[in-house]
Design a protein around this ligand. Structure first.
Ligand code: ZN
Length: 328
């Protein structure tokens, strides 16, 4: 049913885009305490030419804004005239969390990316996931769920969240390769992630993680834009050649770097750096500035993520190493 040979209407809830048109509107997904509708912004671009359907969403975690800017910048470059197929974009998924400037919705304190495919009779976040899944995601051929490491500094990477035996694993890994930002986490994720729920019904899906920052990060946004354009080009939505690196790093898990001592962190390695096993990654100093502990990488890997603030309590995490290093 998906690969229609002739252009057809694009329908998401009440929103209908005829072939060759672009429509911006809202999808009602609930109501506020005073009865005001909770509405998510939706952009539909229905190509003049037949093709596949791409679903792309951002701000599933309410403080992860890089993906929203990626959607703005990509959609500004696209016209229905040039497009083969359809694009459904939801630039702001977690309405309540976004307004609270935090990751989780204050209505139910549930992580949106544990709620897919959603429940019609569930909590607020489960209901939002349900509306998106039923009305938009089900009709997609590919899904991109744009995330970042919250406000914590993290490398730009793409996550494949189904295990290697899953029927869609190869297609998801290929989608991650095509996105092409150089680092991939290939690891089955927790239940309820969109990057599991959509592959479970046959839709290749990835979870690009575009850095980690408060507000916006221009470098991560630029990589995200390139990634989405790569997907659009490679899968023939638009003309042009995808720019995919010849070699990308793939890891399967994270090993936390734990501090035995409370104190201040002086890093000796940078994010993206390949560290050897036992290589010193940071010194922990006490409040007087004396070194109390030197933390070494427990395994070889990539220095992948670190906390926002350069201090730690005993037993706290001062970073994560992505391991083992493999290449795609
Ligand atoms: Zn996220």
């Amino acid at each position: 049913m998906r690969n229609k040979k002739r252009p057809s209407k694009l329908v998401v809830g009440q929103l209908i885009a005829e072939p060759g048109t672009r429509l911006e509107g809202h999808l009602k997904v609930g109501s506020m305490q005073d009865g005001t509708a909770v509405r998510l912004p939706v952009v539909l671009i229905n190509g003049k030419h037949p093709g596949k359907t791409l679903y792309i969403q951002a701000v599933s975690d309410g403080n992860e804004l890089n993906g929203l800017a990626v959607i703005h910048k990509v959609l500004a470059q696209l016209t229905p005239e040039q497009l083969h197929g359809k694009i459904i974009a939801v630039p702001l998924v977690n309405f309540h969390a976004f307004h609270a400037k935090q990751a989780l919705s204050p209505v139910d304190n549930v992580k949106m990316n544990r709620c897919f495919p959603g429940r019609h009779d569930g909590t607020s976040s489960q209901r939002i996931a349900y509306h998106l899944f039923q009305r938009a995601i089900l009709q997609a051929d590919y899904c991109l769920d744009l995330h970042q490491g919250g406000v914590h500094p993290m490398i730009d990477e793409v996550r494949v969240r189904v295990d290697e035996k899953h029927t869609q694993h190869t297609a998801c890994l290929e989608l991650a390769r095509v996105f092409g930002i150089g680092h991939i986490l290939n690891q089955k994720g927790p239940e309820g992630q969109l990057a599991q729920a959509a592959p479970d019904i046959g839709i290749p899906t990835i979870d690009p993680e575009l850095g980690g920052t408060h507000g916006w990060d221009a470098a991560s946004i630029a990589k995200g834009v390139q990634g989405v354009l790569n997907v659009l080009r490679y899968y023939h939505f638009i003309a042009g050649e995808a720019q995919i690196p010849e070699r990308q790093i793939v890891v399967k898990r994270f090993v936390p770097l734990l501090s035995n001592t409370g104190g201040f962190i002086y890093y000796k390695a940078e994010l993206y750096e390949q560290v050897a096993a036992y290589q010193p990654v940071a010194d922990i100093c006490d409040v007087f500035g004396h070194v109390r502990e030197s933390i070494r990488a427990p395994v070889e890997g990539i220095f992948w993520a670190k906390p926002v603030y350069p201090m730690v309590a005993s037993g706290g995490i001062i970073g994560k190493i992505g391991t083992p290093i493999d290449y795609l």
